[in-house]
Design a protein around this ligand. Structure first.
Ligand SMILES: N[C@@H](CCC(=O)N[C@@H](CS)C(=O)NCC(=O)O)C(=O)O
Length: 190
């Protein structure tokens, strides 16, 4: 049994999208920033950092977006979210997700000037791994979705990321996730 603790629009959105891509049954547990749900003692026992996402795998907690995406892609290889047959391509997916978590995520808080160009140049045209869609695209999309909707970059600032965003927005799993999360309600700061 899989249980996802998520807050609408937060980092957990990436895991939410991946679960919809895979089509596996899961229980979603919405968490509220306003109600301080992430600071509740029961939740801190699952995720001592008090952050979302946490995925419960038969009651065992797994944290960190990159690790959860990796787990889901490996557990459900039929979804084709990771190039399991190619060590180098798989490592590139991990390289992207490390970059997203350690460089891009903190960059958002430092504003557009710092973030500008880093990911866009690295991305180029197409998916993060070139021709093949993967969990790294899901991770990147959530980060850019947040940046796009909070910092509102002028059109053309990030042409490659904009094209990637548009392709992701066409995916039913992305649309379903946004539908579910917006119905719960966004609480993220602007
Ligand atoms: N390194 C973590 C970051 C997760 C994260 O920053 N989550 C934020 C929401 S985007 C959070 O839950 N913050 C709760 C808080 O700061 O109270 C991951 O990749 O899973």
């Amino acid at each position: 049994m899989l249980t996802l603790y998520f807050a609408p629009g937060a980092s957990s959105m990436a895991v939410h999208i991946a679960l919809h891509e895979i089509g596996v049954a899961f229980e979603g547990r919405p968490m509220s920033f306003k109600s301080n749900d992430m600071r509740a003692p029961d939740y801190l026992r699952l995720n001592p950092e008090g952050k979302v996402p946490t995925l419960l795998i038969d009651e065992r907690p797994l944290t960190e977006v990159a690790a959860i995406l990796f787990y889901l892609a490996r557990r459900f290889p039929e979804a084709g979210l990771l190039p399991c047959d190619d060590a180098e391509a798989e490592a590139h997916a991990l390289s992207w997700m490390s970059f997203i978590a350690s460089t891009l995520h903190p960059a958002r808080r430092r504003g557009l000037d710092y973030a500008k160009g880093i990911a866009d140049r690295r991305l180029g045209q197409g998916w993060t791994l070139g021709a093949r869609y993967s969990i790294a695209d899901i991770h990147l999309f959530r980060l850019y979705w947040r940046l796009f909707n909070s910092l509102k970059p002028a059109a053309g600032t990030f042409p490659n990321l904009d094209a990637h965003y548009a392709r992701m927005a066409e995916r039913p799993a992305v649309q379903r996730t946004i539908e579910v999360e917006s119905a719960v309600g966004y609480e993220l700061p602007a």
